[in-house]
Design a protein. Sequence first.
Length: 94
Amino acid sequence: MSGRIRLDGERKRVEFTFEGERVSAWAGDSIAMALWAHGREVLRRSSRLGTPRGVLCNMGICYECLVTVDGVSVRSCTTLVEDGMTVCRGGVRG
Ligand code: FES
């Protein structure tokens, strides 16, 4: 099932790590929203000034929310959480 909202009432919890810290989230949530729910709003630092960056558009356009998942740079607002994934701050704009 690819939809984010399930009407049968079942919601599964998943766990992943962010900067080495365990985070629990609902399956179907984006990484960005799962982290936001845990108060983790800074997802990377700007390359020039080192200023904090996080979710801006929340729809995959701005690339401000880049994180690294298991070594791959992804937009956290369009990538769903998966059990056991390793998420780190930052990412490389492609
Ligand atoms: S917040 Fe804009 S691409 Fe993710």
